[in-house]
Write a protein that binds this ligand. Structure first.
Ligand SMILES: [Ca+2]
Length: 448
């Protein structure tokens, strides 16, 4: 362990042949561990100690390494424990959540069951109500038909009385208002167009303005007076009747061009230059106008009283050429006004007899243009623009919109102003408003 330091500082150039110096630096004083030359010490002992030291050092290193490893493990364990705690709390939380959800779901199922049972109850009630409504409708239909039958019967009796009182009056029975079954009377004015041709021919003998036999007169009591005409007809329309020289207002047999459809209508030949085919008339409330689609299609009422010509007839009639429409109105003070439309026709049944109307002029005010281009609606066929059925509220059939500025097929109330839950009177809004039921109303068409 002993060190001797010897440094050569400089050396002269050997080529110059000069002397060379050699400095010998004295041994430095040792400040570190004393280096003792113990030659006398036991070498083997030292070596043993050294080996022991080395071994212990190695052991210490190993222990340190183990310690370090254990430290890491401890840290890991701590981290794991922490994580485990977190997991536990998370699981507890999730469990609580799950429990809550299960409870909520149970509640929901109960609620759902409750709502379902409510719904079932409501449906059953609705069915019950609709059944009741249907029953009521049936009863109402039966009552109205009974009422109109009675009305007819009364008017028939009245006519018979008149006939008996004035035996000189020329009357002709031409008009089947009763079916062959005496117990079941109808008030459809037009003949059934679906009858076979042979039967139609037979019937046409009865509906034409020809005198009937005494037997006919017995079985069909006469009650309608027909004008005596030069020719039996049928005519295209009432203008055709007028052009043929028939100037008396009354019932005539018509057959629109292009059809085999025979129909009867009242021809108005004295008012507004004549030639008018009356398609609707109200005057005394004798006929119920709250009818079905089929009845509005075929027509109903009494030709010399209140009646509706029928949409199908009206369709074929106004299909022949350009027609205009005249609406005549009279209030309960006797004031008369009119509304005229310079064109008028209907679309076919496939388009629900949609109304096509021209421009208005007149004295009544325009309460029909609002219904232009609207389909016809009845109680059993709702084609109006309203969410409900206008016919149900207005008690008639009309080209309802949402719902009506005019309701000439409504309920005929006596005296003008009426009180009703709905605006269901025979009204023309521009003339006295919707709460005034008019006394006399008629709708007529005439070719331009
Ligand atoms: Ca509707």
């Amino acid at each position: 362990c002993c060190m001797r330091v010897q440094r050569v500082i400089n050396r002269s150039d050997p080529k110059g042949g000069r002397c060379a110096y050699t400095f010998i630096v004295p041994q430095q004083k040792m400040t570190g561990a004393l280096c003792v030359n113990t030659a006398s010490a036991n070498q083997s002992e030292v070596q043993a100690l050294r080996a022991e030291l080395k071994r212990q050092q190695e052991q210490m290193d190993r222990l340190r390494g183990q310690l370090e490893q254990e430290g890491v493990l401890v840290m890991e364990v701590r981290a794991l424990r922490k994580e485990s705690n977190n997991m536990n709390s998370r699981i507890a939380q999730l469990y609580a959540q799950l429990l809550n959800e299960v409870i909520t779901k149970k509640d929901q199922i109960l609620e759902q069951k409750r709502v379902e049972s409510l719904l079932l109850n409501a449906t059953a009630q609705a069915l019950q109500v609709s059944n009741n409504y249907r029953e009521l409708e049936k009863k109402y239909g039966a009552l109205t038909s009974m009422m109109s039958t009675q009305n007819q019967f009364i008017s028939r009796l009245e006519k018979q009385c008149q006939c008996k009182n004035s035996p000189h009056t020329t009357v002709v029975s031409v008009y089947h208002n009763y079916s062959s079954d005496a117990n079941e009377m109808t008030n459809d004015v037009q003949r059934d167009q679906s009858l076979p041709a042979a039967q139609q021919q037979e019937n046409s003998m009865l509906v034409g303005p020809l005198p009937t036999t005494a037997a006919d007169a017995l079985t069909e009591p006469p009650f309608i007076s027909f004008p005596v005409t030069k020719t039996p007809g049928p005519w295209r329309d009432c203008q055709h009747v007028l052009d043929s020289g028939e100037v008396t207002s009354g019932i005539y047999l018509l057959r629109p061009q292009g059809t085999n459809r025979l129909l009867q209508a009242w021809c108005e030949q004295s008012r507004s230059q004549g030639g008018w085919t009356v398609i609707q008339r109200r005057q005394d409330g004798s006929v119920n106008f709250f009818r079905t689609w089929e009845q509005y299609k075929q027509g109903f009422g009494n030709l010399d009283g209140e009646y509706w010509l029928g949409l199908e007839h009206l369709y074929w009639l106004t299909k022949q050429s350009q027609y205009k429409l005249r609406v005549s109105l009279e209030d309960w003070q006797g004031r008369q006004v009119f509304a005229e439309y310079n064109s008028f026709h209907l679309e076919p049944e496939t388009d629900w007899y949609r109304l096509r109307l021209g421009h208005y002029h007149g004295t009544a005010g325009d309460s029909l243009s609002w219904h232009n281009n609207k389909a016809f609606t009845t109680l059993d066929r709702d084609k109006d623009s309203y969410s409900g059925n206008c016919a149900h509220f207005q008690k008639g059939g009309w080209w309802y919109h949402m719902c009506a500025h005019s309701n000439l097929n409504g309920v005929w109330y006596r005296g003008g102003h009426y009180r009703s839950r709905y605006q269901d009177g025979v009204y023309w809004a521009e003339f006295h408003g919707g709460s005034y039921s008019l006394k006399r109303v008629s709708m007529m068409v005439k070719p331009i």
